[in-house]
Design a protein around this ligand. Structure first.
Ligand SMILES: Cc1cc2nc3c(=O)[nH]c(=O)nc-3n(C[C@H](O)[C@H](O)[C@H](O)COP(=O)(O)OP(=O)(O)OC[C@H]3O[C@@H](n4cnc5c(N)ncnc54)[C@H](O)[C@@H]3O)c2cc1C
Ligand code: SF4
Ligand code: SF4
Length: 1002
């Protein structure tokens, strides 16, 4: 018992002691501060339990030492992977051990034998990327593959969409090494019933013996009560202990045990050859019921998956421009639902035969394109890989749109993965819908129809007692239906806090007593993740919810428009609460989100960690003034405001915009740092600095000044600042280009104007050569050039940004009113007119300016598509490697960059698969962020540029991106406008133009 220390409870004394011991003995992160603990209090469920602390061990030895220390201090331990569990498996008080950051290697790989041994923290996509070159993959392809870890997948007995062929995690786990709560490290694998193949000295022998005896003793009860569906992941896998075969695999008892029995240290996996050929049959149905009923027949053709897409999702797809052509190609007429049937035999000819059989089968089942609605239907065959990929993307995006509801009520996961035998799927679905309707709600359905596993989340507002009651009632009624159909109440996502309570109803008293016996035998002191699977609290215990009964957000002063969302701060609360912790921002490759996480792999540095911190802060759970605190600044420090989350987060969490609010709150309460002033006010002093350029640039040349700048302004001495020049670009007074040419406004942004006038000159040249009349409007009053206010926003100076935008709108609105496009070169500046401007001004002038704002390339593509662009272009190089600015990617403005480059004759265009360049405005210059900036750039961008040969053009539209590329590789990257200007020069035989000269050494 801990002694009372002045003002401290015994628990907090114990926690302090635990923290101190861990910090002494562990080199990995030991996180016991309120902010960090808050970030580990949630998973993708609706629960929230704040742990006493978090350890992020660097080695497995450290992980096991943390377990031993916690046990010694009487503290519970919960292992954690990606934290994407939907049922609250990963939240608990006590110590959370995060294995995802460091313990993520493949330890051995046997290509011939198709097996590998991995550490539990490895992410599935990462594993499969490494296996692909050997023609192998691990096929338990969960939808969260980009962030789910093998340890977590084993913990939950996860299942992929293709489990019909490949089975669940249990079917693909050969053995495990795991530590028991008392620290005993053992191998869990195949053993004979009499354990004769186990060494007599094995300490785990008595445990195995007891478990196998339990399996033999309970064989009949297990046979009677365990649902006979493949998708049964609830409870402990007692069926693995039954003496059915000659041998039992003890690892299969650990699979699905949700961290409650042992702490997994290694997993041996069964691997499969990669799928090479596929064919899809899109089976159409005029009636949803008929679709669900047909599934039982379609599986007889042995597809690897049968996935349901319903009417709502098809409608969502039709509304999204990029999916419209896919829907048009894949969907015929107006079906109530379709089943996407996937065949993947080694030989494509086999797949095609099965497609034919599928059409025949649909005919035999009475479906035809000319039938009455109930029996209307047929098959659309999809064999082109691109369209198959498009359908997969559409399904993923459709789900995202459903998850992005902005209202208070949200789709809630608690009966979301029940599975019933296929012959009952149609009736079950119909009756479940009736249950929802009875309780005043509904939910969009999608299903792994091949396994009878139905995904559905009814819409509820869990902040309201009445909706919590409805949730409980729906759960009870839904599980009663599942029981009636002899199905599984937990068909994919596990038990956690949401379902464990119902085990007795589903499995019966006796089996639940057996579950308790297993837990007691493995972990008598209840150290490992207690309260899951056995001895669980009520699922509707609101004290365990993320939104507890006393959850409140006080009034907040905000600067931007959040009115699309509900809640305090003009809707800021609702925007923050959009994060449902699904973890998509933890992906390690593909897209841009989230570059800071990719560099550090810290929960603090990912969109989810930031959104959770903000939610806790605005609801007063992190103490007073948490929103503008130092800890909050630390939480947002590495957010480079790339806006990738706005585009890629399934629920549209826009952290870059939220960061502006936090910076504004900070500026209001703490004032500005010198660096904020230097960055924010750049547009205001740039003119003066240009006049005294040699003086202003002294800092770059003097090591002493660099050091002083680092000390007093926080600007890294290791960075050269962009050099001021006296010959800044001055927008022309009149217009240029043919009098009768189509009009266009060219926005001379601050960065290109003061640092790289060549880009603006090149753009003018290209536009004039294309026959356009180019306007560069000046401000209505004063001489200071126009600016979008971006730098002010990055320092939280929202009012200053607004006044810059007011000047800009006043100058551009008359052109926008006439329908003249407003074209900009710097993506972040131009896109401010489409993004933050709308958040600051709602008037028609601002709307018109936003609506007419186009990036240079968007404008050219639009003109080319309208057959209005004639540019005499010549050959400039064989190849260009292009890096997209994050804001271009976030606003779908990157594709036009590739399209415009492809206008250049003979130019092969290769896109660098990069996330953010890491420079991100002023981020890369910060003394405290320099290292992270370089790490981000080194993830993919800089290595790719270094691989480019000297004759290859390196193209990047962002000022910051070009600086980062130069700093990291000494290569000069070019704006697309410069490439086009060079190309015009070449066509005219003028190879000595400025642009060409400056590039030739690049
Ligand atoms: C949008 C969405 C879609 C999903 N789709 C699917 C799907 O298609 N199929 C599916 O099966 N699931 C799905 N899930 C659920 C979840 O993503 C999976 O269960 C996933 O495998 C969990 O992996 P994780 O690394 O996040 O595990 P975590 O959530 O971190 O942990 C899961 C469990 O494993 C335990 N655990 C973790 N590491 C260890 C260890 N080393 N030793 C012992 N126990 C450990 C934890 O304590 C916890 O109980 C989905 C979830 C979301 C949010
Ligand atoms: S920020 Fe978005 S992607 Fe990340 S966990 Fe939250 S909802 Fe998911
Ligand atoms: S803006 Fe970029 S860095 Fe910031 S949270 Fe979003 S994805 Fe991550």
């Amino acid at each position: 018992m801990a002694a009372e220390v002045a003002g401290k409870s015994p628990e907090s004394v114990e926690t302090d002691r635990l923290a101190a011991r861990l910090a002494r003995e562990i080199t990995g992160d030991v996180l016991f501060d309120r902010f960090s603990r808050g970030r580990y209090a949630t998973d993708a469920s609706f629960y929230q339990i704040v742990p006493s602390g978090v350890v992020v061990p660097k080695t497995m030895d450290e992980a096991l030492r943390a377990l031993a220390i916690a046990r010694g201090e009487g503290v519970k331990v919960t292992p954690r992977g990606g934290g994407t569990s939907q049922c609250g498996q990963t939240v608990n008080d006590g110590l959370v051990v995060d294995l995802s950051k460091h313990l993520n290697r493949i330890l051995s790989l046997d290509v011939e034998g198709r097996t590998c041994v991995v550490e539990p923290g490895i992410v599935l996509d990462d594993l499969n990327r490494q296996l692909r070159k050997h023609g192998l993959w691990f096929p338990v392809d969960v939808s969260t593959a980009s962030r789910a870890t093998i340890g977590g997948m084993a913990g939950n007995n996860s299942c992929g969409g293709r489990s019909l062929r490949y089975g669940t995690m249990r079917d693909n786990t050969l053995s495990m090494e795991a530590a028991l709560a008392d620290g005993t490290l053992s191998r869990f694998g195949e053993v004979s019933h009499d354990l004769s193949d186990l060494d007599a000295s094995e300490s785990v022998r008595p445990l195995f013996r007891d478990m196998l005896e339990l399996g033999a003793r309970e064989a009949e009860e297990i046979a009677a009560r365990f649902p006979k569906v493949q998708r049964r992941v609830g409870g402990y896998n007692l069926d693995a202990l039954v003496p059915r075969n000659a041998r039992n695999n003890m690892a299969h008892l650990l699979v699905g045990s949700e961290g409650t029995l042992a702490f997994t240290t290694k997993v041996e996996l069964k691997l499969w050859p990669v799928i090479r050929n596929k064919a899809l049959g899109i089976c159409h149905f005029g009636s949803f019921y008929e679709a669900m009923d047909a599934a039982q027949h379609l599986v007889k053709l042995k597809p690897i998956a049968v996935e349901l897409v319903d009417r709502t999702m098809i409608a969502l797809g039709r509304d999204i421009a990029m999916f419209k052509p896919i829907i048009n190609a894949a969907i015929k007429g107006d079906p109530d639902a379709v089943l996407v049937v996937e065949f993947a035999e080694e030989d494509q000819a086999d797949n095609l035969v099965r497609l034919k059989q599928l059409s025949e089968l649909m005919g035999d089942l009475g479906f035809g394109w000319n039938n009455e609605p109930r029996k209307w239907g047929g098959v659309v065959e999809i064999t082109e890989p691109a369209l198959q990929g498009g359908i997969a993307d559409f399904r993923a995006a459709g789900l995202n749109v459903m998850m992005s509801m902005k209202q208070e009520g949200k789709p809630v996961s608690f009966v979301e993965d029940c599975a019933v035998p296929l012959p009952h799927l149609a009736d079950y679905t119909q009756r479940l819908n009736e249950v929802f309707a009875k309780h005043g709600t509904s939910g969009t359905m999608y299903a792994h129809a091949s396994e009878g596993c139905l995904h559905v989340r009814p819409v509820l507002n869990l902040k309201l007692e009445k909706d919590v009651k409805a949730m409980r009632a729906i759960a009870e009624e839904a599980f009663a239906l599942v029981r009636e159909y002899k199905g599984s109440h937990s068909g994919e996502h596990g038990d956690g806090l949401v379902r464990s309570e119902f085990h007795e109803t589903m499995f019966g008293e006796r089996l639940v007593a057996d579950f308790k016996e297993v837990k007691q035998r493995f972990d008598p002191e209840g150290v490992l993740n207690p309260g899951k699977i056995v001895d669980a609290p009520r699922m509707d215990d609101r004290s365990l919810f993320r939104f507890k009964p006393d959850y409140r957000v006080g009034e907040l002063t905000t600067k931007l428009d959040w009115s699309a969302y509900p809640g305090a701060g003009g809707g800021f609360q609702g925007a923050v609460e959009m994060c449902n912790n699904n973890g998509a921002c933890r992906k390690l490759e593909g897209g841009v989100m989230c570059p800071s996480y990719r560099a550090t792999r810290n929960e603090k540095d990912v969109t989810r960690g930031r959104a959770n911190t903000l939610r806790l802060a605005i609801s007063g759970q992190l103490g007073p003034d948490a929103l503008s605190s130092d800890e909050m600044m630390e939480t947002l420090k590495l957010c480079v405001s790339c806006k990738a989350c706005r585009h890629e987060c399934p629920t549209g969490v826009d952290m870059a915009k939220m960061k502006i609010e936090v910076l504004a709150a900070r500026a209001a309460s703490h004032g500005l740092t010198l660096r904020d002033r230097l960055v924010g006010y750049l547009p205001r002093y740039a003119g003066l600095a240009a006049r005294f350029a040699p003086l202003a640039n002294l800092r770059n040349r003097s090591p002493l000044l660099r050091k002083l700048f680092e000390r007093f302004a926080g600007i890294s001495a290791r960075r050269a600042l962009p050099a001021f020049r006296s010959d800044v670009f001055v927008p022309r007074a009149g217009s240029v280009g043919p009098e009768s040419g189509r009009e266009v406004v060219l926005f001379a942004d601050t960065f290109n104007r003061i640092y790289e006038r060549e880009n603006l000159e090149a753009a003018t040249r290209v536009l004039v050569a294309g026959g356009y009349r180019v306007h560069m409007p000046r401000p209505a009053s004063g001489n200071r050039p126009l600016c979008c206010g971006r730098t002010f926003l990055s320092a939280g100076l929202v009012d200053e940004a607004r006044s810059e935008l007011d000047r800009l709108v006043a100058a551009f609105a008359p052109f926008a009113a006439r329908g003249v496009p407003i074209v900009g070169l710097e993506p972040s500046c131009l896109l401010t007119l489409r993004d933050e401007l709308a958040s600051l001004r709602k008037d028609n002038d601002a709307k018109a300016v936003g609506a007419h704002a186009l990036t240079f390339e968007e404008f050219l593509v639009r003109e080319a598509e309208a057959d209005r662009l004639q540019l005499p272009l010549g050959v400039v190089a064989d190849k260009a490697m292009v890096h997209g600015h994050c804001h271009q990617k976030s606003f779908g403005a990157f594709k036009p960059v590739e399209q415009v480059l492809r206008l250049v004759p003979g130019l092969e265009v290769e896109t660098i698969e990069s996330s953010c360049c890491g420079m991100a405005g002023a981020f890369g210059y910060g003394a405290d962020t320099y290292d992270a900036s370089i790490e981000m750039a080194e993830l993919s961008l800089l290595p790719a540029v270094r691989r480019a040969d000297q004759n290859t053009l390196v193209v990047a539209d962002g000022t910051s991106c070009r600086h980062q590329i130069h700093d990291g590789t000494k290569r000069e990257a070019l704006h697309v406008a410069r490439v086009l200007a060079m190309s015009l020069d070449r066509a005219e035989g003028n190879s000595t133009s400025t642009a060409a000269k400056e590039t030739s050494h690049g």
